[in-house]
Design a binder for this molecule. Structure first.
Ligand SMILES: Cc1cc2nc3c(=O)[nH]c(=O)nc-3n(C[C@H](O)[C@H](O)[C@H](O)COP(=O)(O)O)c2cc1C
Length: 208
């Protein structure tokens, strides 16, 4: 029988220490996408999922640039990625960039939670993608000024992350260094290292 679990480099499911829902465990960031378009309506559903994220004062500070392979927006986003990201993101049928509105619409005050809330919207988008058997890989490796100019971002909007979305590809068809990165182990800090109780650095009780 084929090996499964974390020993199998093709099985990217999170090797969790505590039970978690499959929707969370099954998400991971691939380096190899299949060069195949997404079904009609999928992009709308991904953005609809993002739409229903919570946000400070219901400001909904998220915006997304959306490109499909073959269109000018996809090319524009791809042109703004750093080269190492371009190398693998070129196979993705959909490229997006999340953008944060940094000021509240009402009162025109700075929104200190804007990036936080864009992250929540992106998390919803990723969950919807996972539920549909799709994969997404986010990127901080892009040139924000180039992107700002190419897409005409207004002053108080900040690009947060580029996102490549598509189907899982076959690592055997990819460049060896990409296949190797793709098959590396998934690691995380233990919960006790980031969940504190009584005082900072004192692990929270996880008993109850
Ligand atoms: C905001 C953000 C920026 C990232 N930037 C890059 C990037 O520029 N290039 C890259 O290959 N991966 C990038 N990643 C992917 C992370 O390296 C990846 O999420 C992390 O190693 C955990 O792996 P997993 O998503 O498979 O669980 C980024 C992820 C996030 C959330």
């Amino acid at each position: 029988m084929a090996p499964s679990g974390p020993e199998d480099p093709m099985d990217k499911r999170a090797p969790a220490d505590h039970p978690i829902d499959d929707l969370v465990a099954a998400r991971w960031s691939p380096y190899v996408f299949r060069d195949e378009t997404l079904e009609a309506g999928v992009v709308a559903s991904l953005l609809e999922a993002a739409r229903w994220a919570p946000s400070s004062y219901n400001e909904q500070p998220w915006r997304f640039l959306v490109g499909r392979k073959g269109d000018a927006a996809w090319q524009g986003i791809h042109d703004c990625l750093v080269e190492p990201n371009q190398a693998w993101a070129q196979a993705a049928p959909v490229l997006m960039v999340s953008v944060a509105s940094m000021r509240y619409a009402r009162g025109d005050k700075p929104n200190a939670h804007a990036w936080h809330d864009v992250g929540l919207a992106t998390g919803n988008l990723l969950a919807e993608a996972t539920a549909r058997g799709l994969l997404a890989h986010q990127m901080g490796g892009f040139f924000p000024d180039r992107l700002r100019e190419r897409f005409g971002l207004p002053e108080h909007f900040e690009p947060c992350a580029a996102i490549a979305i598509g189907h899982r590809g076959d690592p055997a068809t990819a460049a060896p260094e990409l296949a190797a990165r793709e098959q590396g182990p998934r690691t995380r800090r233990a919960v006790a290292e980031f969940a504190f109780g009584d005082s900072w650095g004192q692990p929270a009780s996880l008993d109850a």
